[in-house]
Design a protein around this ligand. Structure first.
Ligand SMILES: NC(=O)c1ccc[n+]([C@@H]2O[C@H](COP(=O)([O-])OP(=O)(O)OC[C@H]3O[C@@H](n4cnc5c(N)ncnc54)[C@H](O)[C@@H]3O)[C@@H](O)[C@H]2O)c1
Length: 429
C-alpha cells in the first residue's frame, strides 16, 4: 500500500484532534437533535447520523418549509431510527423546543445566517452546512455568536474529516513533496444527454404555495412571487447562492488550507460566465479563480459544468513531488522526475528524491469510507460529548467561505479582490 505506517498516521490524527472540551451532559443521556432542512443533503444526513452516532443521539425534531420533504423525512425516521420526531415549519419554534440540544442546519445558503445566529443564541450546538453564510459579513456574525455561546459549532466542509486528506496533509508535513508554491484544484461535471441542465433539479409536481412556505424560504432575500424554480433550484440564483464559488469551490480551497496550514488568500482574480446552460440562471456554469497567498502559494482553480473528463481533484505540486487527491476517493503520490511524463523520458531525480516510493490509497479499501461526511458528523457529536474538538469550527468555516465570496466578488466586478487580514476587509484593485 505505501511506505507509511497507517497506525502511526491514525495516532497522529488523534493527537491533532486536540484536548477534549468539558461536557455538562450526564453519562448515558442522549443528545437531542433538531434538524432544520430535510431536502437533498438533510434527508441523506438523517441516515448518515444513524451510521455515525446511533447510540449517542436521538432526532427529536424536524423542520422544513415543504410538506413533501417533511413527510419523506418522517418515513425515513420511522425506518432508520424507529421514532417520530416533532415537526415544525418555523425554525424559531424548533429552537424554542427545550427538548432540542443541538441542531443540523441544512437549508439554502441565504438562510444559514439567521438560523445559525439564532441557534447559538438559543444555546444550541450547531452543525451548519457550507458555505457558512451568504456574505462575508454574515459569516463574521455567526462566528461572533458562536464565540459568545460557548457551544460546539461545526461547518459542513467534511473533507477535513476524510482520512485521505489527513494522510495527504501528513505526507506534505513530512516533506514528501518538498516546498509547495502551487496547487491545482478543479471540479468538472456534466449533465447527461437526457438530463436537465446542471442544478435544474426536479421540481416535485405536487409542490404548490399551499404546501410550501414561500415567505419563510425567502427569509431575508428580496420579495418575489412564488416561483418553484427558485425554491427547488435556488443554487442558480444570486439571491440565495454564490453558485460554483460557494457551492463547490469552498470545499476545495478549504481542503487546500487544511493540507497546507493556510487561512485566507491575499488576492483572488476570477473569470467565467454562463456558457453551457443559458437557461435563465444567474450564476456562471464555467468559473476559474486564481488565488495568491501572502507566503507565495497559488491555487489555480477551475470548474466547468459541461465536461466531466477530469473529474474532481486537488493536486499539490511540490518541487520534489506531487500529491493528487482525486474524486475524494483516491490519493496518489509520485516523486518529481524533473522531466515530462512522456514514455521514455528519463527520471532525473537525485537518489534522495527517487527513493520516495509512489503511493496509491483508496478511501473505500484503505479507510472504509467514501468521503468524510460520516466522520464529520461523528466528530460533531463526539465534540458535544466532550471527547473531541470540532475539526471545522465556524472560524475555519468562515475562512473557507471567504475564499468563495472573494471569487464571486471578483467575478461580478471583473476586478482583483484583495483580502486585508488585519482589518478583515476586502478591496478591489
Ligand atoms: N457538504 C456538502 O458536501 C454538501 C452537499 C450538498 C449540499 N450541501 C449544502 O447543504 C445545504 C442544503 O442543500 P441541499 O442541496 O440539500 O438543498 P435542498 O434545496 O435540496 O434542501 C433545502 C431544504 O431546506 C428547506 N427549506 C427552505 N427554506 C427553509 C426554511 N426557511 N426553514 C426550513 N427549511 C427550509 C427546503 O424545503 C428543502 O427541503 C446547502 O447549504 C448546501 O450548500 C452541502
Amino acid at each position: 500500500m505505501s511506505d507509511f505506517n497507517r497506525r502511526d498516521f491514525l495516532k497522529a490524527a488523534a493527537v491533532a484532534a486536540g484536548p477534549a472540551v468539558l461536557s455538562a451532559r450526564a453519562p448515558n443521556e442522549k443528545i437531542h437533535i433538531g434538524w432544520i432542512g430535510v431536502g437533498t443533503r438533510g434527508y441523506a444526513g438523517l441516515d448518515w447520523l444513524h451510521t455515525a452516532a446511533p447510540n449517542d443521539v436521538q432526532i427529536t425534531a424536524i423542520c422544513d418549509t415543504y410538506q413533501g420533504h417533511i413527510t419523506r423525512a418522517l418515513d425515513s425516521m420511522q425506518t432508520i431510527w424507529g421514532n417520530k420526531p416533532k415537526t415544525y415549519v418555523d425554525y424559531r419554534d424548533l429552537l424554542a423546543d427545550k427538548n432540542v440540544d443541538a441542531v443540523y442546519i441544512m437549508t439554502p445558503e441565504h438562510l444559514h445566517h439567521e438560523m445559525a445566529v439564532a441557534a447559538f443564541n438559543a444555546g444550541k450546538h450547531v452543525y451548519c452546512e457550507k458555505p457558512l453564510a451568504h456574505t462575508i459579513e454574515q459569516g463574521f456574525d455567526i462566528v461572533h455568536a458562536w464565540e459568545k455561546s460557548g457551544k460546539i459549532g461545526q461547518v459542513g466542509t467534511q473533507n477535513r474529516s476524510s482520512s485521505l486528506y489527513k494522510r495527504a496533509k501528513e505526507m506534505i508535513q513530512q516533506g514528501m513533496v518538498g516546498n509547495v508554491h502551487y496547487v491545482r484544484a478543479f471540479w468538472y461535471r456534466n449533465a447527461g444527454p437526457n438530463d436537465p441542465p446542471s442544478w435544474r433539479y426536479e421540481i416535485p409536481p405536487e409542490a404548490n404555495p399551499q404546501n410550501t412556505d414561500w415567505e419563510r424560504f425567502l427569509g431575508p432575500a428580496p420579495q418575489r412571487p412564488w416561483d418553484p424554480h427558485r425554491y427547488f433550484q435556488w443554487r442558480l440564483y444570486w439571491d440565495y447562492s454564490g453558485g460554483i464559488s460557494t457551492d463547490l469551490l469552498v470545499h476545495q480551497t478549504d481542503i487546500v488550507n487544511f493540507m497546507l496550514d493556510k487561512t485566507v488568500p491575499k488576492t483572488c482574480m476570477a473569470s467565467g460566465g454562463i456558457y453551457r446552460f443559458p437557461d435563465g440562471r444567474d450564476v456562471p456554469d464555467c468559473l476559474s479563480a486564481v488565488y495568491d497567498y501572502a507566503d507565495k502559494v497559488q491555487i489555480n482553480y477551475s470548474c466547468y459544468l459541461g465536461n466531466e473528463f477530469f473529474g474532481y481533484g486537488e493536486e499539490v505540486c511540490g518541487d520534489e513531488g506531487t500529491i493528487r487527491v482525486m474524486n475524494r476517493l483516491d490519493l496518489y503520490f509520485e516523486h518529481e522526475t524533473f522531466n515530462s511524463r512522456r514514455p521514455g523520458a528519463p527520471d532525473r531525480a537525485p537518489a534522495y528524491i527517487a527513493s520516495r516510493k509512489a503511493v496509491h490509497l483508496n478511501g473505500e479499501t484503505d479507510f472504509h469510507e467514501r468521503d468524510g461526511a460520516i466522520n464529520h458528523f461523528r466528530n460533531y457529536i463526539q465534540s458535544i460529548l466532550g471527547k473531541e474538538e470540532p475539526i471545522a469550527p465556524p472560524r475555519i468555516g468562515q475562512q473557507a467561505a471567504i475564499t468563495g465570496h472573494m471569487a464571486t466578488l471578483s467575478f461580478k466586478q471583473q476586478k482583483k479582490v484583495v483580502w486585508n487580514e488585519s482589518s478583515s476587509q476586502y478591496s478591489f484593485i
